[in-house]
Ligand binder design. Structure first.
Ligand SMILES: [Zn+2]
Length: 362
C-alpha cells in the first residue's frame, strides 16, 4: 500500500474535512508514492518515537497531535526541527489525524469511553450538515427518464442507498404565453395535465449538476421545481456521552478511571460522595464546551487541561468534573490501531510504547 492510497482511505473513513479550520491534519511529512512497511500510531511524535519507528523498521507514523502546527520559521537540529530532520533522514512519513479523529464516532473520546467500559455511547455534540431537497413536477411518461438522470447526477443517495425517490400523483395546469413553445397544450389556452410530484434529496455541492440533469431530462420548456436546504444531524461530532453499567459514587470510581486510562493522577472538582451514572467526555482540552456538556445533562464531565479558575467556575455552577489529564488521550495509540485495522489495511499497524506525557508526578 502506498501513502496516497492510505490517505485516500483515511479521507473516506476519517475525513480530513471534518477537522477544525485552525488544525493541521493529513500528510505532514513524506512521499505520497512511497510504499508503507509498517504504520505506528502515537499520541505525539517525539524524537524517542521516531527512534522507536526506526528500530521497528516502520516508515509511517500516524500521530494525533500535529508535529507541524503553525509558524515554523526554521528547521535546525534542535527542538521540533530535530524531529523533522530525523523523520526525513530516515524516510519516515508522518500523518496527523487530530480534530478529524476527535469528530469521528470512534474517535478519541469514544476510545476513552471504551477504556472505561461505558455503555450506550452517543456523540455529545453532533455536527450538523446541510442537505438539499428537490421537488419537481413531471408528466408520468417522463418520470423514469428524469429519475435516471437525477440519480446519475448524484441525487437520491441516502447513506448506502441510491435511487431514493418519493412520488405522488396530481394535477398541474399552465397557460402558454405567445412566445412559449409548449411541449403539450396550445398558446393562450389553459392546459390541465396529469403529473407526478417527485421528491429526492442531494448534497448541496451537487446542486449545479442536479439542476442541469433535471432540465436536460424534463420534457417541459420551463420545468417547475423547488430546491431548499436544511440541516441534518451528522454521524460526526464532538465528545461522547455514555453511561456506567450501574450508578457509582464518583470518589469510588476514580481509582478505576486512573488505572484504566494509565494516568498517574486524576483531579476531582466536586463532592466525592455524589452518585453518578451518565458521563460526558471530551478528550484533550474540553473546557470550551462546558455549556454544551451542561445542556446534555450528564452527571459528570471528564476532560483535560482544566485551569484553576475554570475549576472554581465548575464548582460554582455545580457541574462535577474530573481532570483526567490531556495525556488520557494516549488511548489513541491502541484505539487508532484497532480503528485502522478495521479498514482491512494490507500493512501491519503497531502502537508506540513511548510515554510522551510531558508531566511527571512526584
Ligand atoms: Zn489532544
Amino acid at each position: 500500500m502506498k501513502i496516497n492510497e492510505l490517505m485516500q482511505l483515511i479521507d473516506r473513513e476519517i475525513p480530513l474535512s471534518k477537522a477544525d479550520s485552525w488544525d493541521n491534519v493529513g500528510l505532514l511529512i513524506g512521499d505520497k508514492e512511497s510504499a508503507i512497511t509498517t504504520i505506528m500510531t502515537t499520541l505525539d511524535c517525539t524524537l524517542e518515537v521516531v527512534e522507536e519507528a526506526v528500530q521497528q523498521q516502520c516508515n509511517t507514523i500516524i500521530c494525533h497531535h500535529p508535529l507541524i502546527f503553525s509558524g515554523i520559521k526554521n528547521i535546525t537540529n534542535q527542538g521540533y526541527g530535530a524531529v523533522i530532520q530525523q523523520l526525513i533522514k530516515n524516510s519516515i512519513n508522518l500523518i496527523a489525524l487530530h480534530t478529524n479523529l476527535d469528530a469521528h464516532p470512534q474517535g478519541v473520546s469514544a476510545m476513552i469511553a471504551d477504556k472505561l467500559d461505558l455503555i450506550n455511547q452517543d456523540i455529545l455534540m453532533p455536527q450538523l450538515s446541510a442537505m438539499a431537497k428537490l421537488q419537481l413536477f413531471v408528466p408520468e411518461s417522463h418520470v423514469m427518464q428524469v429519475k435516471a438522470a437525477l440519480s446519475e447526477a448524484g441525487a437520491g443517495q441516502i447513506g448506502d442507498y441510491s435511487d431514493c425517490f418519493f412520488q405522488l400523483e396530481g394535477t398541474g395546469q399552465f397557460k402558454p404565453d405567445a412566445s412559449a413553445h409548449p411541449y403539450t397544450g396550445e398558446v393562450g389556452k389553459l392546459e390541465i395535465v396529469d403529473e407526478i410530484k417527485l421528491e429526492c434529496v442531494f448534497e448541496p455541492r451537487l446542486r449545479r449538476q442536479v439542476e442541469a440533469a433535471l432540465i436536460a431530462s424534463h420534457p417541459y420548456e420551463e420545468p417547475a421545481y423547488d430546491i431548499y436546504e436544511f440541516l441534518v444531524k451528522d454521524m460526526f461530532g464532538t465528545g461522547i456521552k455514555a453511561e456506567l453499567k450501574q450508578p457509582v459514587q464518583i470518589g469510588n470510581w476514580l481509582k478505576e478511571v486512573k488505572s484504566k486510562l494509565k494516568v498517574d493522577t486524576v483531579r476531582l472538582i466536586g463532592s466525592p460522595d455524589q452518585e453518578i451514572r451518565t458521563v460526558g467526555i471530551i478528550g484533550g482540552a474540553g473546557m470550551d464546551y462546558v455549556p454544551a456538556v451542561r445542556q446534555s445533562g450528564v452527571d459528570v464531565f471528564l476532560t483535560g487541561d482544566i485551569k484553576y479558575h475554570e475549576a472554581h467556575d465548575l464548582l460554582m455552577n455545580g457541574l462535577p468534573a474530573v481532570d483526567i489529564q490531556h495525556y488520557a488521550e494516549s488511548v489513541v495509540k491502541e484505539g487508532l490501531k484497532s480503528l485502522l485495522e478495521s479498514f482491512d489495511l494490507d500493512v501491519p499497524v503497531i502502537s508506540s510504547t513511548v510515554d510522551t506525557n510531558p508531566f511527571k508526578a512526584y
